[in-house]
Design a protein around this ligand. Sequence first.
Ligand code: ATP
Length: 500
Amino acid sequence: MHLDGSMADGGNGGDGRGVDVSAAWGRVKRRLRAELGEDVFASWFARLELEDVSGGVARLTVPTRFLKSWIESHYLDRVLTTFRAEAEGVGRIEVGVRGASAPARPAPTSGKPSPTSGPLTRLHATATQAALQGPGPMVETEIAAPRGEAGTVDLNGAPLDARLTFASFVVGRSNALAHAAAERIARNDGEGALYNPLYVHAGVGLGKTHLLHAAGHAAREAGRRVIYLTADRFMYGFVNALKTQSALAFKEKLRAIDLLILDDVQFIQGKSIQTEFGHTLNALIDSGRQVVVASDRPPTELETLDERVRSRLAGGLVVEIGNLDEGLRTSILSARLAAVRQSHPNFEVSPQVSSYVARAITANGRDLEGAVNRLLAHATLTGAPVTVETAESAIRDLVKNREPKRVKIEDIQKLVASRYNVSRSDILSERRTAAVVKPRQIAMYLSKVLTLRSLPEIGRRFGGRDHTTVLHAVRKIEKQIGEDAVLGDEVELLKRMLQD
Ligand SMILES: Nc1ncnc2c1ncn2[C@@H]1O[C@H](COP(=O)(O)OP(=O)(O)OP(=O)(O)O)[C@@H](O)[C@H]1O
């Protein structure tokens, strides 16, 4: 996320009128979810991100032009009203397409498209007209395929993000099957027909697009002709081909490839388009060419597609990428941190902070990436080391709000003991060696701050100690935390782990 002054200082710069904009944005999303319901929210808002707020304008982004167009035409007022209720200085909303102007990515001639390549609302009208008129004489079109540098039609020039490769894809339990299938297909070892089409589905940000791009890169490296398209680009290309009376050329171009990768297939809609999509699918699969499709839902739930297309999509291998477990989140996070450190060698994130982030951000890989960017922005802007506490405030809006958990003294003792390699009975014992005294005092301190138990009660639960012993421990740890940042971070992390 781009952090301008207003976000970096906690969002208090002018527009938010003293409101923490990141936090306000978190609340806006929660309200939209509550008011519109989970389905509508997941379809249209889950991938909406706040870039910055300045001059009274809140800049939001989405990954595709289709989402931009849909939100603009259906929900802009609603988002504005909701935003103003949380941060009244916001007077206008702008929606952009993420990555569209990023210099590292090639011009989006297919795949995730640019906001300047024409509003999609126009597409529906054109599609209907085209369907009524039927295709005319066939002429080569430039819209049908990505354009090469010289302006010629270049089907191999689809923009795959160079960062999204198999090498940077971390494999864990929840994505192992999808990964194995994608690799097989990219390798094209003759068993591909078993997985044709390969249909990968997953919730937002769990790595579908990453896997698709990785397969595209690998297949291309093996010399195969690959096209990567998002559903909206497919529709846009097809409708334009109809409009310029070059639909046959478009279809032939598509069918002359080895691997078609189609992302966000849930967005395919319109009768003539889905008929065409069905034909393309059949033609490719029947001639032994590979199709890989990704969606946010299983084929049976693609309500906008007719039954035949759905069953063709379900006829190969359907795999789901499940939620990222903590181990996978930790690995993805450390891979991201390592990647960032290549360009920012001084960017240090302690194991405590990493562990906190991997535990706190449970939703998806995109939020993990967002968290790394925020930690980097924090470190760069303040020059101060990132602590668990500063990390918490930097990523607050990415952390799912949960009811604070009731913490039990027994859990505190168990966790602290395991963290310091002693046993719980050591903590309750009379032993006075330093290796046991320190964790015991930390556990007493945490019992005081995380539970409502009185000092005498805590003393009783720590092997029948006097309340003055507990008070002494609490004061001592409080003082040490103030003086020793590493201990402060350690205790902060233990707190979060207990409250998770
Ligand atoms: N297994 C993984 N290994 C490495 N990075 C991952 C992994 N899973 C997700 N990510 C990262 O998380 C981010 C979001 O992933 P991606 O864009 O592929 O999600 P998606 O499933 O396509 O989501 P959406 O439906 O919103 O487009 C990317 O930065 C991606 O690199």
